[in-house]
Design a protein around this ligand. Structure first.
Ligand SMILES: Nc1ncnc2c1ncn2[C@@H]1O[C@H](COP(=O)(O)OP(=O)(O)OP(=O)(O)O)[C@@H](O)[C@H]1O
Length: 295
């Protein structure tokens, strides 16, 4: 083949742009992550065209690591990645199988290989997402069965990379240690993508996005209170970025319902949609501050 190919047209036809647009609309911030995903998509589109020109380079290596704190969007991006690979013909099914150590490693001798293979069978043709992947490797225990699972994963990542993409996810520092101790794994990962913590304004915007998706909105005063909430929540234990925001709003929704019912008055559409400041102020996070302020 020798005629020129319109890459942009191909890009548009492939439906990749739709996935990237969805990623943009669904996720606030994460500009560097979105840029990397776009780059990977470009590579795959160009790779497809190169094949049409007989410029073989082997299937690009697509195994990835997603590092970042909890609730920074790793699972959500992995799902979009699976969809993207499917649209571009790099994944037969485009599904995502999310697992942790317990799904891969058995408790007794002889249980790990069948468990890991069962998971791999389910994930074939799609993406295997291993959350907190470093728990697979426990150097303090010489006979830990995790090692067996790692070896099977490594084999499949090498030999069946046309039919399975593996994404290893977890905290950055622990993942770095894991890769240092498992150079075989590290060398099979082509793309390392880091998910930064969200800033306060991003978390507030994430909150509004989540609420909008549920057909709720914050009253102007609630918006101010929610900004305070986000700032405080970050300093408290078990903070999990966007997940903490989602959970907080789930509870605000509960309090709003309770308030509306207790109020006893008839409710209109606006009242049903609106989260008021008091629905957030009653949170434990805010109560702790109120107490401190009173001391
Ligand atoms: N940038 C964002 N904009 C809007 N919503 C977000 C964003 N990041 C995460 N979320 C939402 O927060 C929740 C947690 O995100 P997700 O599960 O993708 O995070 P994670 O990094 O995989 O966390 P974990 O590793 O703890 O499972 C999801 O409901 C997701 O939709």
């Amino acid at each position: 083949m020798n005629q020129a190919i319109d890459l942009k047209a191909l890009w548009n036809e492939s439906g990749v742009q739709a996935v990237l647009d969805a990623l943009d609309a669904e996720l606030v911030g994460l500009a560097p992550v979105k840029r990397r995903i776009r780059e990977i998509a470009s590579l795959l589109v160009v790779d497809k065209v190169r094949r049409e020109f007989d410029l073989q380079a082997g299937t690009p290596s697509l195994h990835m690591s997603f590092t970042g704190n909890p609730g920074t969007g790793k699972t959500t991006v992995a799902m979009r990645m699976a969809e993207l690979l499917h649209r571009l013909g790099y994944s037969r099914k485009g599904h995502l199988v999310a697992v942790t150590r317990d799904d891969l490693v058995g408790q007794y001798i002889g249980h790990t290989a069948p468990k890991t293979k069962e998971v791999l069978k389910k994930a074939m043709g799609g993406v295997l997402f291993v959350d907190e992947a470093y728990y697979l490797y426990k150097p303090e225990n010489e006979r830990d069965y995790g090692q067996e699972s790692i070896e099977i994963l490594l084999q499949v990542m090498e030999n069946q990379r046309d039919d399975l993409v593996v994404i290893l996810a977890g905290y950055k520092d622990r993942m770095d240690t894991f890769f240092r101790s498992n150079p075989g794994m590290s060398s099979r990962i082509a793309h390392h993508i880091d998910f930064p913590d969200y800033r306060d304004d991003e978390l507030a915007a994430i909150g509004e996005l989540i609420l909008g998706g549920w057909n709720y909105r914050l009253s102007p005063r609630a918006r101010e209170v929610f900004a305070d909430y986000v700032r405080l929540r970050r300093t408290q234990p078990h903070f999990a970025n966007a997940r903490s925001v989602r959970n907080a709003l789930d509870r605000a929704r509960l309090r709003q319902a309770h308030r509306l019912l207790e109020g006893g008055a008839a409710v209109d559409k606006a009242a049903l949609q609106t989260i008021e400041a008091e629905d957030i102020l009653q949170s434990r996070v805010m109560a702790a501050v109120a107490q401190e302020g009173g001391r």
